[in-house]
Design a protein around this ligand. Structure first.
Ligand code: GLN
Length: 470
């Protein structure tokens, strides 16, 4: 028997009541809108037959919705309500999904732990509430891991879907740059930003990507290539496929247990008939510097629009414009966002732009070429998502460099614009989830889902759930 949309919503709201006091995945709930969507589904039989009909989902705070706020967890947008929906929001709603709330994140997506949130509360990992849920889409990953919702939306500029999914033991998909519209995402790094689903199973992620992918006249960088049959790709045999394993993904800095779990996962592909090939992606160590230069440079330009005049308007009359900017931006942005503006503006400033941004862009092209070359020999590349499992809250928050280094395996993929996903592939002795990263060639999401589902089907990880803290 299938549950009705109303029953699904009730189940979701019950889980939220139980879990939210422990994990704070949401910044706000959008119950009224969810109720409205359920009422429509109850009378609109055509909508009720669509692929996501009655599925309770959550959306990250930096994805525009006309209901609730769209504040990217920044004080500067605290009360901002978007006049339009992001294309992904519209596509989800037209597929029948029910949006129950907006999830917590690092401010404007800048961070890897959801600790750089500009607005409370602090999201915690459902597997161990003394630890981070990952970031920047930490709220979305925690909401799915605790079964508060069936799926949640995140954005991934340098790992923000894959890394929290890995740390919370759920599936997270970063599509190829240009596969999913960016219209209505609050921009971080425009040449890197992507949006994608976080789900409990690979097939749910495949189903959702089919709904949201495809060309959008409102985002000129979306591709006109046809959207693949991601659901049909799931379950296909991987016998004979070549899986590349980059040796640089197992270099110094990786946690020993994570290394072992990933090595075991790769061995299980061999048992299924895949050919395992060690490869070298020699530019991997350069990717963090390249990524952070480009991302912060683009951020400094994107964030210039938040001047306290165009979006959330200052409450009193403006006497002196410069003082107004200083006050609004000084109070509105948190420390990581200010760091991005300083670093990014410097990297773009006249006299330095070639040396910093220009050089980073050149190395970016080399990184992309290195991946393209690797995909001449292999069908997918696998490795860890993150060098370590979820770390303790507060343990890296005073050390931005340590936080950046945690992105070592996700940012090269972003710089190259490739599709990649995280699939739960093991648990540490402390009962913390570890995710396997599966990277495919540009627009080859079908192969990525094929390989991901082969792992999921052969193991029990999708049946594991965290226990409600006492
Ligand atoms: N941690 C990375 C950053 O701060 C990635 C974040 C993201 O993907 N939004 O840039």
């Amino acid at each position: 028997m299938t549950m009705s949309a109303r029953e699904n919503l009730e189940t979701s709201l019950d889980a939220i009541t139980l879990w939210e006091p422990h994990i704070s995945a949401f910044v706000e709930l959008t119950k009224d809108e969810a109720e409205r969507q359920v009422s429509v589904l109850e009378v609109d039989t055509e909508l009720a037959a669509r692929p996501l009909a009655g599925m309770p989902i959550a959306i990250k705070e930096n994805i525009a919705t006309t209901f609730g706020h769209t504040n990217a967890s920044s004080n500067i947008l605290k009360n901002f309500v978007s006049p339009f929906n992001a294309t992904v929001t519209d596509r989800l709603l037209s597929a029948g999904a029910i949006v129950v709330g907006k999830t917590q994140q690092d401010e404007f997506g800048m961070g890897s732990s959801t600790e750089n949130n500009g607005l409370p509360p602090q999201t915690k990992n459902p597997w161990d509430v003394s630890r981070i849920a990952g970031g920047s889409s930490g709220g979305s990953a925690a909401a799915v891991a605790s079964a508060e919702v069936s799926a949640a939306f995140g954005t991934d500029t340098g790992g923000s879907i894959r890394q929290p999914a890995s740390m919370c033991g759920v599936v997270g998909v970063k599509p190829t740059y240009g596969r999913v519209s960016r219209h209505g995402l609050l921009a971080y790094g425009s040449s890197l930003d992507t949006a994608g689903p976080i789900t409990k199973t690979v097939r749910d992620a495949a189903k959702i990507l089919e709904v949201i992918a495809g060309q959008d006249p409102l985002d000129a960088t979306t591709s006109s290539l046809p959207v693949g049959s991601y659901v049909n790709a799931c379950g296909k045999s991987i016998a004979g496929l070549t899986i590349g394993v980059p040796k640089e993904f197992f270099a110094e800095g990786i946690d020993a247990e994570v290394k072992q779990i990933i090595t075991d996962a790769i061995a299980s592909y061999k048992e299924q008939g895949a050919i395992i090939k060690e490869i070298s992606l020699s530019l991997t160590p350069a990717a963090i510097a390249v990524y952070y230069l480009i991302a912060k440079a683009e951020a400094s330009s994107n964030l210039a629009r938040y001047d306290g005049l165009r979006y959330e308007v200052g409450e009193e009359r403006i006497e002196a414009l410069l003082d107004h900017y200083k006050r609004i931006r000084g109070e509105g942005f948190g420390p990581e966002v200010k760091r991005a503006i300083l670093m990014g503006t410097y990297a773009l400033s006249s006299g330095y732009v070639e040396e910093w941004y220009g050089k980073a862009s050149k190395v970016r092209t080399l990184i992309r070429r290195e991946y393209e070359q690797a995909f001449q020999e292999v069908d997918v590349i696998v490795g860890p998502v993150s060098p370590e499992p979820a770390f303790l809250l507060g343990s890296k928050s005073s050390d931005p460099l340590a936080m950046y280094l945690a992105d070592a395996y996700t940012v090269p993929v972003s710089v190259a614009g490739l599709p990649a996903m995280s699939v739960p592939c093991g648990m540490t002795k402390n009962n913390l989830p570890v995710g396997l990263q599966i990277i495919a060639s540009h627009f080859q999401e079908e192969t990525m889902f094929q390989v991901a589902s082969a792992f999921e089907d052969a193991h029990e990880y999708k049946n594991l759930s965290p226990k409600l803290p006492q």
